[in-house]
Write a protein that binds this ligand. Structure first.
Ligand code: SF4
Length: 71
């Protein structure tokens, strides 16, 4: 049976590189050399922490949940 998980994904077009998500959850997000944030470890925090401390506070609402299939 296929298992589905959800991971946070940063829309690279929309991210303004403010760093709020990186500051709040440094074990999940980092700023890439492009100056935009990216998720490097979706397991670095709980779903609730990611929702409340990153997705809900992103000033341009550019972090979204994406379903992925687990092997
Ligand atoms: S909070 Fe949003 S705009 Fe700011 S760095 Fe993170 S993803 Fe980019």
């Amino acid at each position: 049976m296929t298992k589905i998980a959800i991971i946070p994904v940063v829309d690279q077009e929309m991210c303004i590189g403010c760093g709020i998500c990186v500051e709040n959850l440094p074990d999940v997000f980092h700023l890439a050399s492009s100056g935009k944030a990216a998720c490097f470890d979706p397991n670095g925090a709980t779903e609730e922490e990611i929702q409340f401390q990153a997705i809900d506070v992103c000033p341009v609402t550019c972090i979204h949940w994406k379903p992925v299939e687990l092997a």
